[in-house]
Design a protein around this ligand. Structure first.
Ligand SMILES: [Zn+2]
Ligand SMILES: [Zn+2]
Length: 155
């Protein structure tokens, strides 16, 4: 993807950094995952990558605005490509296990957000983009909770 390479190089250059093979493989792992990954998941997918080098390179890529860190209630962060390299989307975040899934955008939501942002007085704020995280429960956690409730009720 030469176009992506150009964006990546242009973002790294001001930081005095360049697109190394390791950074390229990190970006490729994040791109192919299609949902935000933990460091552990990145290490599983990138054979031969050392944890210290993954941390270091993710920090550089995050500083360059190429990688976005998704905040969940877990102690460990999840990483995904910045929207410039992918496309605009929202997140579903499970408050039970911290699982994060991408949620496709909805034209109605985008329309509302655009209008809210456009109507914001400049002396209050100048909006540029938005992020939406929907908190809730994944199917596994719903089931786990139901089983726990049943076990309690049945005893
Ligand atoms: Zn869950
Ligand atoms: Zn949106």
């Amino acid at each position: 993807m030469p176009e992506v390479d150009q964006i990546v190089a242009a973002r790294l250059r001001p930081l005095g950094q360049r697109l190394t093979p390791r950074r390229r493989s990190l970006l490729e792992i994040l791109r192919s995952a299609r949902h935000p990954l933990t460091i552990h998941e990145i290490l599983e997918r990138g054979r031969g990558l050392a944890m210290s080098s993954v941390y270091r390179n993710l920090t550089v890529l995050e500083q360059a605005g190429l990688v976005h860190r998704v905040i969940t209630r877990e102690d460990f962060a999840r990483y995904e490509l910045a929207e410039e390299l992918t496309e605009h989307h929202h997140h579903l975040i499970c408050s039970g296990c911290g699982l994060v899934r991408d949620m496709p955008t909805d034209v109605r939501v985008e329309r509302v957000m655009r209008s809210v942002m456009a109507g914001m007085p400049a002396d209050v704020f100048t909006p540029q983009s938005h992020r939406i995280d929907v908190m809730g429960m994944c199917p596994d956690c719903v089931q786990r909770r139901e089983r726990a409730t049943q076990a309690k009720g049945g005893g």
